[in-house]
Design a protein around this ligand. Structure first.
Ligand code: NDP
Length: 294
């Protein structure tokens, strides 16, 4: 094993792992890599990375092991055969997971003498290594502090959220539920626009304006939601249902997929049926937090 602080292993060379390994090479780290499809390492090897012949060899090479795999099924598929090499290693695991998977993964690693830090990256592969990019971690604080330079090479800003390895996974999934549903809203808008002869570029200015307004809207409602207040003084759920139905009908009329707008109408309708028609649409939070209880 290399004991140098300037040596790192990267396991998983999808777009994210490749970007991370490349940035670590840029910063002068000695980088050992492993990937199921070995050819994805070609560019990195040409730049000086060492391709390990097996996950066990990759883990054995360095104390710090950055892991960037699709999911925890892949994590176990790759690392279980390497279990005997894990003793004394710090797994910097940037693989998407549920909080429970992250906690179970940390316990599994601890049983083999390794520490596991769970990470959530709020950046695309092109943002890796950029000063404004951000990632958050949870798990052993000492391991976070010790490997902070590696983490700061990956993203300009890093934060330790707590000792619970599930915490970073929780925050990551909170971010992702917003990201995926927001972006699907964008794709729905593009589909509707396209069915009406408009391009994504045509609707970009108004789409950007809508997206920009969401932070302020969320800030307005967040305070009320935490206070349990869903006053219908600014908006009423019954109005929201009518609006959501217009969205659904416009999409249906255009002949585009209606799964997403139909799901939105369903939520609004359930809110009205639960007696929240004169409340704000923020009352849907209560319905979503405890389905069937309103
Ligand atoms: P990919 O799913 O494209 O690739 C991840 C890696 O997982 C690949 O190296 C792939 O190997 C490997 N893999 C998948 N299944 C197995 C398996 N059963 N056994 C061995 N290896 C396996 O993911 P990304 O690189 O895009 O992302 C990596 C992680 O980062 C994910 O958890 C993702 O959620 C997260 N993330 C990604 C972002 C993005 O924009 N891409 C943004 C923020 C976070 P192979 O090359 O052989 O297929």
């Amino acid at each position: 094993m290399s004991s140098a602080q300037h040596a790192v292993t990267v396991i998983g060379l999808g777009p994210m792992g490749r970007a991370m390994a490349a940035v670590l090479l840029d910063r002068g780290y000695a980088v050992t890599v492993w990937n199921r499809t070995a050819s994805r390492a070609d560019d990195l090897v040409a730049r000086g990375a060492v391709l390990a012949p097996s996950p066990a060899d990759a883990v054995a090479a360095n104390e710090a092991v950055v892991i960037s795999l699709t999911d925890y099924a892949a994590f176990h598929a790759v690392l279980e055969p390497a279990a005997q090499a894990l003793d004394g290693r710090v797994l910097l695991n940037l693989t998407s997971a549920t909080p429970e998977e992250a906690r179970a993964g940390a316990r599994w690693a601890a049983g083999r003498g390794a520490e596991l830090l769970t990470g959530g990256v709020s950046a695309s592969p092109t943002g890796i290594g950029q000063p404004e990019s951000y990632a958050f971690y949870s798990g052993p604080r000492e391991a976070f502090d010790r490997h902070r330079p590696v983490l700061e090479a990956l993203t300009g800003r890093v934060e330790h959220q707590g000792e619970d390895p599930g915490l970073a996974a929780l925050h990551y999934q909170i971010g992702m539920v917003m990201f995926w549903t927001s972006m699907l809203g964008c794709w729905q808008a593009v589909a509707l626009a396209r069915a009406n002869g408009l391009t994504a570029a045509d609707i970009l200015p108004s789409a950007a304006e809508t997206a920009d307004s969401l932070a302020e809207t969320f800030a307005f409602y967040a305070e009320r939601i935490d206070a349990g207040v869903h006053l219908g003084d600014v908006d009423r759920l019954a109005m929201g249902l009518a609006s959501a139905e217009h969205v659904l009908e416009a999409n249906a009329d255009a002949g585009v997929d209606t799964a997403l707008p139909a799901a939105v109408v369903d939520l609004f309708r359930r809110g009205v049926e639960a007696g929240h028609g004169t409340d704000s649409f923020s009352a849907l939070v209560e319905l979503m937090a405890k389905p069937g209880s309103s």
